[in-house]
Design a binder for this molecule. Structure first.
Ligand code: DX5
Ligand code: ZN
Length: 226
């Protein structure tokens, strides 16, 4: 694995919502994916954006979309994001009635399928499902708001997942989301994450693209990648 195999996905949750197209373009050429947090004021208390914004923003940037659905009833709604052209659609294990069935439907609709595990959810019950998924998102905060402090104890779930993936020679990414910054990304990479979401650290900086590049370098160094 080389540094280029690591993915950094800026989260537009911390961007200026009045200028989302400009904010997306500001990280083109540096970021690998654009992380789009969809919150419905039910699964989490916060409310953000939904399908119409995703559909419009898709046309404004070449970046692949990593849609993170923090919503109830993803079995009903998630496929719409795949049909809208999202590269990866991640839904929460806590909210889905049939995670494997939904993963199959997402893949059939042309996207990759992601499973998210919130702060208080153990990862072990979901390990056997991982062959049906392309990404496993381990929250490193409680889902719902940007700007929270990274919780290093949640990296135990990353280690558990990484061991299971290596033992089974599975092909999926381990993504971390919440409090990831230049100060915390090394610990996440050492634990076995290969995909890193960062909202505040990227978009509340003076040079978002440069922060993305530096985050990848730091993660690669921590993971021992060239
Ligand atoms: C929160 C979202 C995150 C959020 C991370 O529930 O899933 O993607 O944007 O923001 P930071 O990087 O500020 O913790
Ligand atoms: Zn997210």
């Amino acid at each position: 694995m080389a540094a280029s195999s690591l993915i950094v996905a800026p989260s537009i949750l911390a961007a200026d919502f009045a200028h989302l197209a400009d904010e997306a373009r500001a990280v083109e050429g540096a970021a690998d994916w654009l992380h789009v947090d969809v919150m419905d004021n039910h699964f989490v208390p916060n409310l953000t954006i939904g399908l119409p914004v995703v559909e419009s923003l898709r046309k404004a940037t070449t970046l692949p979309f990593d849609c993170h659905l923090m919503i109830d009833a993803p079995d009903r709604w998630a496929v719409g994001y795949a049909e809208a052209g999202a590269y990866n659609v991640t839904f929460h294990a806590e909210a889905a009635e049939d995670p494997v069935g939904l993963a199959k439907n997402l893949r059939a609709a042309g996207s990759r399928a992601g499973l998210a595990i919130d702060r208080d959810t153990p990862v072990e019950p979901y390990l056997e499902m991982l062959p049906h998924f392309d990404t496993l998102l381990i929250m490193t905060i409680k889902a719902g708001f940007g700007g929270q402090s990274f919780m290093p104890e949640l990296l135990d779930k990353v280690r558990t997942a990484r061991r299971h993936i290596e033992a089974g020679e599975l092909d999926l990414r381990v993504e971390v989301d919440g409090g990831i910054s230049l100060d915390t990304i090394a610990r996440a990479a050492e634990a076995g994450a290969d995909t890193f979401v960062a909202g505040t650290a990227v978009y509340r900086s003076d040079n978002p693209a440069e922060v993305v590049r530096r985050m990848r370098q730091v993660a690669a160094g921590a993971a021992g990648l060239p």
